[in-house]
Design a protein around this ligand. Structure first.
Ligand code: PD2
Ligand code: ZN
Length: 286
């Protein structure tokens, strides 16, 4: 019979880990020192991860950043090539840690893309953005597309897609805003912006009463233009191609540029681009 005793991580050990990091020692070197001192590897790794994450968070809040919150996240341990989204196998095309970006392949079938466009087309209007001064809505020159919102769960297709998204990114359906469909014609774009609500704006507290902050975005490409129209992340010089049925997911654990989630829809140069966007909130969006 073997007995395993769990070693206790003390405040002194946590302090020592922070000091090692501050002195510029690499994670590997600190881990090796702990193993040499007799710490079990799983305990050492866990102690380092939680201690350093907690320390960084403490520093961020001290510097005036909003505290980090939980965010949606696909189950990507062991780097799977595809995920089971309940009723569909969805491909993992590309991932990035910071900003947190995951590109999914074949989230929707071509028929689902076409059906969403057909349902949305008669309801399009010039896109509005939330007016951060008041919490109302306004026409914005930075966003020249036309769009509409489905109610959450509005029809069978929308319910199916919402359930798939919820399973894919591990975030409850009721934390999502209604799907928004946007149509971009040549020459139109969505200039770079953040999807979270700016905490400094006077209208933000009103917006946050309904579901809290946005913490994640999924942009699904429904129709691909011939040229242009990628989703760009200028801070990291990333451009995601708007391939029909694919989607780009990104999350932001605080309403702050340190998330590097500045992003935009590049101008469409030829052809039409259609997308569906699902914004995910901290809490139920009611
Ligand atoms: O159309 C896009 O690629 C795009 C870019 C930036 C969409 C959004 N933001 C959005 O819907 O928030
Ligand atoms: Zn956006």
């Amino acid at each position: 019979m073997s007995t395993t005793s769990t070693q206790q991580v003390t405040p002194q050990l946590r302090q020592w880990i922070v000091e090692q990091a501050q002195a510029g020692h690499s994670a590997e070197a600190v881990l090796k020192a702990m193993l040499d001192a007799g710490w079990q590897e799983d305990v050492a790794v866990e102690a380092m991860e939680t201690t350093l994450r907690g320390h960084l968070e403490h520093q961020a809040v001290q510097q005036g950043l909003p505290p980090a919150v939980n965010v949606p996240e696909p189950e990507l341990d062991e780097s799977p090539l595809y995920l089971d989204a309940g009723d569909r196998r969805v491909y993992v095309v590309q991932t990035m840690a910071s900003p947190r970006v995951v590109v999914f392949g074949s989230l929707l079938s071509d028929e689902e893309c076409e059906a969403l466009i057909a349902l949305a087309r008669p309801r399009l209007a010039r896109s509005l953005t939330v007016q951060t001064q008041t919490g109302g809505e306004e026409v914005n020159q930075d966003r020249t597309s036309h769009g509409m919102f489905f109610q959450r769960g509005e029809n069978e297709l929308v319910r199916r897609i919402e359930a798939r998204i919820a399973r894919l990114v591990n975030w409850p359906v009721d934390h999502g805003e209604g799907l928004q469909v946007l149509h971009y014609e040549p020459g139109t774009e969505y200039k770079p912006h953040y999807d979270y609500f700016d905490p400094e704006q006077p209208g933000t507290p009103t917006i946050l009463k309904r579901g809290g902050q946005r913490v994640g975005t999924l942009v699904i490409y429904l129709a691909e233009p011939e040229k242009g129209g990628g989703t760009v992340f200028p801070d990291v010089h990333l451009e995601v191609a708007p391939k029909r049925g694919n989607a780009v997911f990104f999350s932001y654990d605080r309403a702050h540029p340190s998330t590097k989630t500045l992003h935009g829809g590049a101008p469409v140069l030829a052809g039409d681009k259609w997308i569906a966007t699902k914004w995910l909130r901290e809490r139920p969006f009611v």
